[in-house]
Design a protein around this ligand. Structure first.
Ligand SMILES: *[C@@H]1O[C@H](CO)[C@@H](O)[C@H](O)[C@H]1NC(C)=O
Ligand SMILES: *[C@@H]1O[C@H](CO)[C@@H](O)[C@H](O)[C@H]1NC(C)=O
Ligand SMILES: *[C@@H]1O[C@H](CO)[C@@H](O)[C@H](O)[C@H]1NC(C)=O
Ligand SMILES: *[C@@H]1O[C@H](CO)[C@@H](O)[C@H](O)[C@H]1NC(C)=O
Ligand SMILES: *[C@@H]1O[C@H](CO)[C@@H](O)[C@H](O)[C@H]1NC(C)=O
Length: 629
């Protein structure tokens, strides 16, 4: 036992050697409320076992991420559209030399760690090769072995959290392994069952498409929404001119796959030129297609997304299919996606330990459309691991936005509740299923401010495409306020106007968090979308349809900007809420998004948490984005 004499770090013992570390008190750096669901405490860890400790140091300048982003995304900024290079981003957020020095000299001087056992990564992460008993003395912690009931996997962790000296603590994000359990299986207790943590919204009723639904031209769009309906609704009649220079991707998770035969069947009817046109498969974490898939549950999402995006953009645009695998079921698919797109994300020790498959080796697209959601709020929001997971994912989305990528996500199909089980939060903070009265549950990634969240609208029965759309009634469109991300200033004026004028009586802070990031930002038609699935024309939809529709329009705007020698639009939210864009949307004023024993939020004039700023008027949006540098 090398450090058996070094008993408690709780006292401020500092051994001054070469570079004396400032005397400082130890503070509890992280702890967790309970053993994660599905795991149990098994035994004390073997003191001689080898446990390499990894320190993730605080990133530099993360507090400036919003300012950096606004500098290139605020339409008033002289630097609008001047996106950063990946190198600039990696450089800017790398931990500072001061952080590396502080932690390093503390380990050597106070921790008594042999210099040879410390490795500093080029990204500023620090690895220390020690035994359990050494780790215990360094961190003032006790290590235990935890066992998972499902698969008997074992994992080592500190039961009662861990401590760091105050002057070190402020340079460290986290130390691993300690209180973090990489896999988030425990989210499933909210009732997602075998579907896992992430799911496609899937709330729209499905039916066989009849002759009315299949009508040619923008007619009967209340009965079936075809490409012609969407073009007419959103004034979208644009022919791509820079398709070979532009990129767009749609993300699909796990067993959600498409059949080429369904794309061909759809295009044979609606756009014969595209029969045989395929998306380009980008396999992430082992994701693959399955030509023998027949289950409509597994075919509905991807098939719909690609029929819409390829249908709207036309034959000349290659569309990437980010197929995120199910081979690595334990991992969060958004982590897999972000790691595949950005090598600096996977060098993070907390990410590295997850054993993600790909790392910065997949092509990036200018627009990324995501029709899946999860909710941090039903995954033990007081657990530091939960907060860190969504914060680091959202920050990473922000860093990719800084490089000119637009992330578009569906806002969910269950109103103010979450997921297929319609979870809401009881007073004691636990998720209760079945729309029970309680606190509203926001969706992720829609609630990340760097994502453009899209709600769903429909053409009221008997109305035409020239009448105003309403928030969907076939299913409640997702929307609300984040509990994790504060409200960005660029949306505060519109949101406050809504809160002041349109909020139903009795909606207080026990029901939703008025200071949080409000979503959706925009909306687009989500019902009843005509889709060819497993050889049959059906109608379905959801915010799952709304997101790729809106994303396609952004891709078309990028096409025009690229052709004019400008950059892609990147993060568009500050522009969308700005004065310049005030009349670029079709305001949607009717409808609600019920859930949690309430009518949810009512749509209203201006921005609302059901349909956002409204549906796009493509020509107006295009003209405004073309007017920007
Ligand atoms: C779309 O644009 C083409 C070419 O500019 C034009 O011929 C056609 O009439 C337009 N279609 C609609 C529905 O406006
Ligand atoms: C493909 O789909 C079929 C039918 O659902 C299923 O039995 C098979 O396991 C799937 N194959 C793969 C590799 O996922
Ligand atoms: C929390 O409250 C819900 C609803 O009142 C109840 O069903 C559940 O058992 C409670 N859970 C705990 C841990 O107290
Ligand atoms: C409300 O949102 C703010 C800003 O994101 C957050 O700091 C706060 O913790 C949230 N409150 C609750 C009760 O979740
Ligand atoms: C919206 O609501 C108003 C007032 O209730 C009603 O007059 C109007 O017809 C509705 N519009 C649509 C498109 O449903």
């Amino acid at each position: 036992m090398l450090f058996s004499s070094f008993l408690s770090l709780a006292s401020a013992v500092v051994v001054a050697v070469a570079t004396p570390a400032p005397l400082s008190l130890h503070v509890r750096h992280e702890s967790r409320r309970a053993v994660p669901h599905g795991w149990s405490l098994d035994r004390r860890a073997d003191p001689d076992a080898f446990v390499p400790l990894k320190f993730r140091l605080r990133q530099s300048n993360l507090e400036n991420l919003d300012a950096y982003l606004l500098d290139i995304a605020d339409p008033q900024s002289p630097n609008y559209g001047k996106h950063w290079t990946p190198e600039q981003v990696a450089q800017t957020f790398r931990p500072s030399p001061d952080s590396v020095d502080t932690v390093h000299s503390w380990l050597v001087n106070s921790g008594g760690v042999d210099l040879q056992k410390i490795r500093i990564g080029s990204d500023g992460s620090i690895r220390v090769d020690v035994t359990v008993s050494e780790a215990e003395s360094i961190l003032g912690a006790e290590y235990y072995v935890y066992r998972n009931a499902d698969d008997d996997k074992e994992r080592i962790g500190c039961h009662d959290g861990y401590s760091l000296p105050e002057h070190v603590s402020k340079h460290v994000d986290l130390v691993w392994p300690t209180v973090h359990f990489g896999n988030h299986k425990h989210i499933r207790r909210a009732g997602d069952g075998s579907k896992g943590v992430w799911h496609r919204p899937g709330g729209a009723p499905k039916a066989i498409a009849d002759d009315d639904a299949m009508s040619p031209g923008p007619t009967n769009c209340d009965k079936g929404v075809t490409l012609d309906c969407l073009r007419a609704l959103y004034n979208f009649n644009y022919t791509l001119v820079a398709a070979d220079k532009n990129t767009m991707a749609v993300v699909e998770f796990g067993s959600n796959v498409l059949l080429q035969s369904d794309l061909d069947g759809f295009f044979k009817h609606f756009d014969p030129q595209q029969v045989g046109h395929k998306p380009t498969l980008v396999s992430i974490a082992g994701g693959h297609l399955n030509a023998s898939e027949t289950d409509p549950e597994n075919l509905g999402e991807s098939t719909m997304d690609f029929q819409l995006v390829m249908g709207l953009l036309g034959r000349t645009q290659d569309v990437l299919l980010y197929q995120v695998g199910k081979d690595n079921n334990d991992q969060d698919p958004v982590d897999e996606l972000l790691a595949a797109l950005d090598g600096s994300y996977c060098s993070d020790p907390a990410i590295k330990q997850l054993g993600l498959v790909d790392c910065g080796n997949k092509p990036r697209a200018n627009v990324v459309s995501i029709s899946y959601s999860t909710s941090p709020d039903i995954n033990d929001p007081t657990d530091p691991a939960t907060t860190q997971l969504v914060q680091r994912q959202c920050a990473e989305i922000g860093k990719l936005s800084l490089q000119g990528i637009t992330f578009v996500a569906s806002s969910g199909d269950t109103g103010v509740s979450f997921g297929p089980t319609q979870a809401c939060l009881a007073k004691n903070g636990t998720a209760v299923e079945g729309n029970a009265p309680g606190t509203f549950v926001p969706q992720f990634p829609a609630s990340c401010p760097y994502v453009t969240a899209v709600g769903a609208t429909e053409v009221t029965a008997g109305n035409s495409v020239s009448d105003p759309e309403v928030a969907t009634t076939a299913f409640p469109s997702g929307g609300g306020f984040s509990n994790f991300f504060p409200q960005p200033a660029f949306q505060a004026r519109r949101v406050n106007r809504y809160l002041k004028n349109s909020l139903p009586a009795g909606y207080d802070s026990s029901i939703f968090n008025a200071s949080g990031r409000a979503y959706p930002d925009v909306s687009a038609n989500g019902f009843p979308t005509v889709v060819a699935i497993d050889g049959e024309f059906t109608t379905s939809g959801g915010t799952s349809a709304s997101a790729p529709i809106f994303a396609s329009l952004v891709a078309a705007i990028n096409d025009a900007r690229i052709a004019a020698g400008k950059s892609p639009v990147g993060w568009i939210n500050p522009a969308l809420y700005s004065h310049l864009f005030a009349t670029a949307f079709n305001d949607v004023k009717n409808g609600t998004n019920p859930g949690c024993g309430t009518q949810g939020f009512p749509a209203a004039r201006g921005w609302d948490p059901v349909t956002g700023l409204g549906t796009p008027n493509f020509n107006s949006l295009l003209a405004r984005f073309m007017s920007l540098p």
